[in-house]
Design a protein around this ligand. Structure first.
Ligand SMILES: Nc1ncnc2c1ncn2[C@@H]1O[C@H](COP(=O)(O)OP(=O)(O)O)[C@@H](O)[C@H]1O
Ligand SMILES: [Mg+2]
Length: 359
């Protein structure tokens, strides 16, 4: 069994080698930890800065055994880690955080929205479907326009289709691959917001100020934080975060995406059981950022302060936008975070910048 609080000098395991893992490593190393990364690719943003890199699939038992031998605590930087891998590690006494419940709920949009409503966190109306007939019934029940999403494995707007007419439901279902889907009512939101929150091993929680998020083609482009928000709105977000964290018996940082309605109510869109792109502003807008907060939580340390110390505009650098780094480097108010990806494919998240202003 692992002793908490985890002492500096210990090794923390991370499943996944992307930019979120890389920024978790930055934070962990500041606190004196080493990080062992398990990642499929030999060359990855996190793998390149990890103290130990294990190259293998997430369900490769030899690779998992090597990870388990290196560390007593494992976390992950993306939510499609196989549940069986987490169970395998847990059976060998490795503490995996966030735990299997958070992972299972977050991996399936139907389970997720069902969980949210059961815990007093409202969402749009939704219905599941596993056949073309059920898809048509679900669209008829929800009304058009409706958004059809695959239950599993969607990200950055992938795995989604708008259905404008009931007659198009079966075609949309087929276009999504004939896999189980969820049909959602269209949300007529006034803004998209998100709340980043954390829960420690002792149940302590901490909530960051809201971020206002702007997406294009399903991909986050820009966040502004702290978002303009009155006390009632902030309290609503805090209440939602507390219910979700408590309901999942959560350990770590969570990113909860919200829709703000014209009447001031918040609906939950989805949550990610990990650090979140819309929380990158905390790196330069808070004393303890979401990455350090996550490491503190999984290591059983006290959580850090979450209030803002600056106003931040976070811009994602997609594809060849990263080539503008010399311009950003010349701006005194701009902090640059690049992920070291070799190949600037269109739409690929290559880095982000935080433009910082005094509060
Ligand atoms: N029910 C909905 N009504 C209106 N817009 C939606 C709805 N669901 C998602 N969207 C839009 O699509 C974006 C991506 O959807 P989301 O469910 O967050 O999937 P992903 O996992 O790809 O982030 C959201 O940020 C929002 O802009
Ligand atoms: Mg989303």
């Amino acid at each position: 069994m692992t002793d908490f609080p985890l002492a500096p000098g210990s090794t923390i395991g991370v499943l996944g080698g992307g930019q979120l893992g890389r920024m978790l490593i930055e934070a962990a190393s500041r606190l004196g930890f080493d990080v062992a990364v398990l990642e499929r690719e030999a060359d990855s943003p996190a793998g390149r800065v990890a103290a130990k890199l294990i190259v293998g699939a997430y369900d490769d038992e030899a690779a998992l055994a090597e990870l388990a031998a290196a560390t007593g605590v494992v976390t992950y930087e993306f939510e499609n880690v196989p549940a069986a891998s987490v169970a395998w590690l847990a059976a060998r006494g490795v503490e995996v955080a966030p735990g299997p419940k958070a992972l299972a709920v977050a991996q399936d949009r139907f389970e997720e929205k069902t969980f949210l409503n059961a815990h007093g966190a409202p969402t749009v109306a939704f219905a599941p479907a596993s056949t073309a007939e059920e898809a048509a019934q679900a669209v008829a029940a929800i009304g058009v326009p409706a958004l059809m999403k695959t239950r599993r494995e969607g990200y950055d707007g992938k795995g989604q289709r708008w259905v404008e007419h009931l007659a198009d439901a079966a075609a949309a279902f087929a276009a999504l691959g004939g896999v189980p889907v969820i049909v959602e009512a269209a949300c007529d939101f006034v803004r998209e917001l998100s709340v980043i929150a954390a829960r420690g091993r002792d149940g302590e929680t901490a909530v960051y100020p809201l971020a206002e998020n702007h997406h294009e083609g399903g991909i986050l482009r820009r966040s502004i934080a702290p978002a303009r928000a009155d006390q009632a709105l902030s309290e609503q977000a805090e209440r939602i975060a507390a219910r979700v964290l408590g309901g999942l018996d959560y350990v770590g940082v969570i990113g909860i995406e919200l829709f703000e309605l014209a009447d001031g109510r918040l609906l939950v869109n989805e949550f990610a059981p990990r650090v979140h792109n819309s929380g990158h502003w905390t790196q330069d807008g808070c004393e303890v950022d979401q990455f350090e907060q996550h490491i503190r939580a999984v290591a059983g340390w006290p959580l850090g302060p979450t209030q803002a110390i600056a106003q931040v505009e976070m811009l994602n650098l997609l594809g060849d936008e990263v080539d503008a780094w010399p311009r950003f480097a010349a701006e005194p108010e701009t902090r640059i975070h690049l992920y070291g990806k070799r190949d600037a494919k269109p739409g690929r998240k290559m880095g982000h910048v935080n433009r910082v202003k005094p509060l």
